[in-house]
Design a protein around this ligand. Structure first.
Ligand SMILES: [Zn+2]
Length: 237
């Protein structure tokens, strides 16, 4: 039901001149695009901005600006974002969940995750993007890794990147299932970001709820539908 409502809502505002050639990514999370390449449209984001939902004070950021327990990007790459290719994030009004959608990934070893992230980053940069497209990545052991700095718009949902925090769960959830550690972290971390930015659970999306794509895969999509309900773990975290 929530999905249906969202789609109706989105359909009203988004079909303005852009994205006529929306690519259906059947496997993987590949329909993103740097917004900086586009001619500054008036995003409908503001019209459907979240109501101020929670009055909880923002969590105190670490000196680096990173939330607690997030592995800094310097732990997995020496590269810096190509800032000239990205736009400023602006106010965060929504959060979108992805999977990697490539070959299944099961490792919990930090070195394996580091290499995988670097490979994803290199792939995204080779498309002319500023950096890895996502702001955070959750690995199979439940660690959260910093991706693109949150000061910059991500490149994770084509035409829908402004004010949209991109969180990717590492794996391909068309063909595998997220680990319990991943799901537990996903609920806790997304809830912490909702509090930090004043985003309500109604403005937490999956990629496929915004664009035609298989992302975040059938098993993570099913979990997301359940965890965002009023009795779900994410909504209650
Ligand atoms: Zn995606």
């Amino acid at each position: 039901m929530a999905t249906f409502e969202r789609r109706i809502f989105l359909g009203m505002g988004l079909r303005v001149g852009l994205g006529a050639s929306a690519v259906l990514a059947l496997a993987g999370c590949e329909s993103s695009q740097e917004a900086s390449k586009l001619p500054g449209p008036a995003w409908p984001t503001d019209r459907r901005a979240s109501q101020p939902s929670r009055s909880t004070a923002p969590s105190t950021p670490r000196p680096s600006g990173l939330p607690q327990n997030v592995v800094a990007r310097t732990q997995w790459t020496r590269a810096k974002p190509i800032v000239a290719l990205a736009d400023p994030m602006g106010r965060v009004t929504r959060i979108t969940i992805h999977h990697e959608g490539s070959t299944p990934f099961y490792s919990t070893a930090q070195g394996d995750v580091s290499r995988r992230l670097e490979s994803i980053r290199a792939g995204h940069v080779s498309k002319g993007w500023a950096d890895i497209g996502y702001h955070y990545v959750i690995d199979p052991s439940g660690r959260v890794w910093q991706g693109r700095p949150t000061s910059l718009q991500g490149a994770h949902v084509k035409d829908e990147n402004p004010g949209n925090l991109g969180i990717m769960v590492l794996g391909n959830f068309e063909t595998q299932r997220p680990t319990q550690a991943q799901l537990s972290t996903l609920d806790q971390f997304v809830a912490s970001q909702m509090r930090q930015y004043g985003v309500s659970v109604r403005n937490v999306y999956t990629h496929r709820e915004l664009r035609p794509t298989a992302c975040p895969g059938r098993s993570l999509q099913a979990y997301m539908q359940q965890t965002r309900t009023s009795t779900g773990r994410m909504a209650r975290a």
